[in-house]
Write a protein that binds this ligand. Structure first.
Ligand SMILES: Nc1ncnc2c1ncn2[C@@H]1O[C@H](COP(=O)(O)OP(=O)(O)OP(=O)(O)O)[C@@H](O)[C@H]1O
Ligand SMILES: N[C@@H](CCO)C(=O)O
Length: 292
């Protein structure tokens, strides 16, 4: 038999990318999870979707989770007769908390787990490469897959990542409206001044040190000149909160492509604007994990 008997479930964390200076490179997994179950059926593709995006996402082959599963099945050279997918979505979509990376990582991990002996045929590094191709950059998929704090880069065509354990208090301020990553990326200039590139290189190096043992450096280490200001016009309220927190000495960044603002602190929730949701989280040491 090619496929395992019965359903397989995976739990995948939300992620925050960039973390200020580490555009398309730094990321961390957060203690906020989606859970997805997949089962091979006799025919067709059916969905049971609850929570975030349930009224918006398609229920056909264009669903992101299914597209990731299909790409992984192609790699495994196995194709199920049918699939039933159950999605318990809690990570908000289009807010800069890695919802698309979570869906993609859930898909590739589930497809491999459904195939008998899948882990012997496709290793984690290959799954990471596939997930990065689907997402377009590695900074969310790396921590979604491996957990912790990740430094990712692309070597030729292949993405690489280095995972570090870090422990940090994190508060996310999530606005009610989404900003699509594609829109936020469209606001970035094709070229940046050499001085700004140099500024960010130093801050990104400092951020690795700050998160792994020098937290007093976080306020300097989270400065950025490569993306946040360029994107401010698409998320003015986020930018205002970001400035307010930083003036008060709280290390804060735009999470991923925004518009969520992430602060490296707990106990700062009294700044939450009306209509926004605020959550106190920690770094999730665990990435995507099959639920027994
Ligand atoms: N669980 C999911 N199921 C189906 N589609 C999803 C799911 N999560 C995300 N998506 C798709 O991805 C889109 C959001 O992706 P986008 O890259 O714009 O934002 P994000 O991943 O939430 O934020 P960021 O990449 O900045 O962290 C949704 O609008 C939806 O089309
Ligand atoms: N590095 C990405 C993260 C969002 O997917 C960006 O800022 O566009």
């Amino acid at each position: 038999m090619t496929f395992v008997d019965g359903p397989v479930t995976v739990r995948v964390p939300a992620t925050s990318a960039n973390l200020g200076p580490g555009f398309d490179s730094l990321g961390m997994a957060l203690t906020w999870y989606d859970e997805v179950t997949a089962e091979v059926t006799e025919s067709g593709l059916t969905f049971d979707i609850e929570g975030e995006g349930a009224d918006e996402v398609p229920r056909d082959e264009t669903h992101l989770l299914y597209r990731a599963m299909a790409a992984a099945f192609d790699l495994l050279a196995e194709h199920p007769s049918g699939l039933h997918l159950t999605c318990r979505n809690t990570i908000p979509h289009g807010r800069g908390l890695g919802s698309s990376a979570a869906a993609i990582v859930a898909g590739v991990v589930l497809a491999r787990a459904l195939v008998d002996g899948g882990e012997d045929r496709v290793d984690d590094r290959t799954l990471f490469g596939l997930a990065t191709d689907l997402e377009g950059h590695p900074d969310n998929v790396a921590p979604a897959l491996f957990g912790g704090f990740t430094i990712s880069w692309v070597d030729g065509a292949a993405p690489e990542t280095l995972r570090l354990d870090v422990d940090a208090d994190v508060t996310v301020f999530v606005p009610p409206e989404a900003v699509a990553t594609s829109v936020a990326r469209g606001l970035l200039p094709a070229q940046v001044p050499h001085g700004d590139a140099s500024f960010n290189a130093g801050r990104a190096a400092l951020l690795v040190a700050a998160l792994t043992g020098a937290p007093e450096r976080l306020i300097s280490a989270t400065e950025d000149r490569l993306h946040q200001t360029y994107r401010a016009e698409a998320m003015p309220e986020s930018y205002k909160l970001l400035r307010q927190l930083r003036v008060e000495g709280v290390p804060a960044v735009v999470s991923g492509a925004g518009p969520t603002v992430l602060a490296f602190a707990h106990g700062v929730g009294d700044r939450t604007p009306d209509g926004w949701v605020e959550r106190e989280l920690r770094v999730s040491s665990q990435g995507a994990a099959l639920v027994p």
